[in-house]
Write a protein that binds this ligand. Structure first.
Ligand code: ACO
Length: 471
């Protein structure tokens, strides 16, 4: 059995639907003021599932792709955890769908099921896998984490904050992206900020303003605990200068800008030496605000964003590419942001001490955790440069198909009709899907879902025929 140093992420892959709508076009279509979605929310584009894709097909695609690109024998997976909040079945986990990939190789000895709590389920899944590898139960095989979601909202101000994607991460020892498991802090509470009580609808009930405040309060609480734990262990104060990158769950980019500014304000309130004199002077007028007042102060928001801007550009901006281009991917959002850092910065991420990335995961309702990752070069194929290349971000973004807002709305209407339905066939139109992508073909009279795989170039689809349909 291999040693257990540096447990973490060995490899990752992302899949997002090729169908997308530009936020600028959506602004015009929705009749809102120009710049509201692009500058106000900070979003560029939004991916969405067409009627042949869903969270199951996306997760089949991304798992299949990761195993293939890294040449991983499916028998070597010992734990498979899925994070998702897109409910297709209230009992049967998405994990069981993915088992089809592993059953074929004779591997049914795989622990783990789905974790669900809004956008946090992927982090729960990831921590479960990391804990497993670090535990006495570990049998020496890899863990595999899948985050898959389709974020869709009813008509109204939340609709432009949708998105869709699936991410797969291979977990094991000697990882180029390892967990500093001692530095981990959570904040969990009961609130109704975003929830899905109507089981007949895919859309959440959202208190948008409350969800923003809850997010920032959870961030503050996690950061305080995180700093306390770090200081106890290391014996010195933690500040934002102790991490090269900060990666946030990203419902929309403006909230990420506000979040980093909030950490900066926390450092100012904690008298961290990293805050320069000019920033101290600008934030001084806000030093006596109560916690509650500080969340409501627009002036503080503006001042802290302004003083934090130069560090935001260095420590946060590299993580924003995919979340701005795809939108909120719920459970996958934080990890798409991490993938963006790897993609944008892979050639400068390795340093003698190992660069640190602080991650903040938030799921409404609410659950949140801040945790720390350390980077090292890794060994091929599990190296930072190979991960960046396998992600294929540029090619995936460039090969997308922009649709008109009207087509996006029509798709949502069709999906509203299909949600929870049985006995229907999809169009099976795979013309926009990349080769190797899984897609939904039909749902039978027993609500059983059937998927197929678009043939890989120059060959046949390898592992879909017969997926639950007995072909
Ligand atoms: N040009 C530039 N900026 C503009 C313009 C314009 N023409 N018009 C508005 N804005 C700005 C506003 O000033 C505001 O910026 P600010 O936050 O810096 O004040 C921003 O655009 C948003 O506009 P609002 O009117 O404040 O908000 P809106 O009613 O559009 O709703 C919200 C935004 C609440 C984010 C909504 O989209 C929503 O409910 N989304 C889903 C919930 C969500 O994502 N919550 C986050 C955490 S929970 C989770 O992850 C699901």
């Amino acid at each position: 059995m291999a040693g257990r140093n540096d447990v973490g992420i060995l490899a990752m892959d992302i899949y997002f639907p090729p169908t997308c709508v530009q936020q600028e076009a959506l602004e015009a279509h929705d009749g809102v003021s120009k710049g509201k979605y692009t500058i106000g929310l900070g979003q560029d584009c939004m991916a969405f599932c067409s009627e042949v894709e869903d969270v199951i097909s996306m997760s089949l695609t991304v798992v299949n792709s990761l195993l293939k690109k890294y040449n991983i024998d499916p028998k070597l997976i010992g734990r498979l955890e899925v994070g998702s909040e897109t409910v297709i079945d209230k009992s049967k986990s998405i994990k069981t769908w993915l088992m089809q990939i592993f059953e074929k190789s004779g591997n049914t000895d795989i622990e783990g099921v789905d974790s669900s709590n809004a956008c946090y389920g992927g982090t729960a899944a990831l921590l479960n896998c990391v804990n497993w590898v670090e535990s006495n139960s570990w049998d020496g095989r890899y863990g595999l984490v899948v985050c898959t979601d389709s974020a869709v909202y009813a008509e109204g101000p939340a609709r432009p904050t949708g998105g869709a994607a699936a991410i797969a991460m291979l977990i094991g020892p000697n990882a180029p992206i390892s967990f500093e498991s001692k530095y981990r802090a959570s904040h969990m509470a009961h609130v109704y900020d975003f929830y899905k009580p109507d089981l007949a609808s895919e859309y959440p009930v959202v208190d948008g303003k409350l969800s923003q405040t809850c997010y920032l309060m959870a961030l503050d609480s996690c950061y305080r605990q995180f700093c306390n734990k770090y200081e106890k262990i290391v014996g010195k104060q933690f500040s934002i200068s102790d991490a090269e990158y900060f990666v946030f769950h990203s419902p929309y980019n403006k909230l990420v800008q506000k979040s980093f500014a909030r950490l900066y304000y926390n450092d100012f309130m904690r008298n961290c030496s990293s805050i320069d004199d000019d920033a101290k002077e600008k934030l001084q007028p806000f030093s006596n605000l109560t916690g509650e007042e500080s969340y409501q102060s627009r002036d503080l928001e503006k001042a802290s964003q302004q003083v934090a801007k130069h560090l935001y550009d260095i420590k946060v901006q590299p993580s924003t590419l995919l979340p701005k281009q795809i939108g909120n991917m719920y459970t996958a959002s934080l990890y798409a942001a991490l993938a963006s850092v790897l993609y944008n910065k892979h050639d400068s991420l390795v340093s003698p001490d190992g660069q640190r990335i602080v991650m903040f995961s938030y799921g409404s309702g609410l659950t949140s955790t801040m945790f720390s990752l350390r980077l090292n070069n890794g060994q091929h194929p599990f190296s930072l440069s190979n991960i960046a290349s396998v992600l294929g971000v540029t090619e995936k973004l460039q090969s997308r198909h922009e649709t008109l807002p009207e087509k996006f709305i029509d798709t949502l209407k069709l999906m509203e009709h299909r949600y929870g339905a049985k006995d229907f066939e999809t169009s099976r139109d795979t013309s926009l899907l990349p080769p190797g992508t899984f897609y939904l073909t039909h749902v039978d009279s027993m609500y059983r879902r059937f998927y197929d795989q678009k043939p890989v170039e120059g060959g046949k689809a390898k592992c879909c025929n017969g997926f639950a349909n007995g072909h």
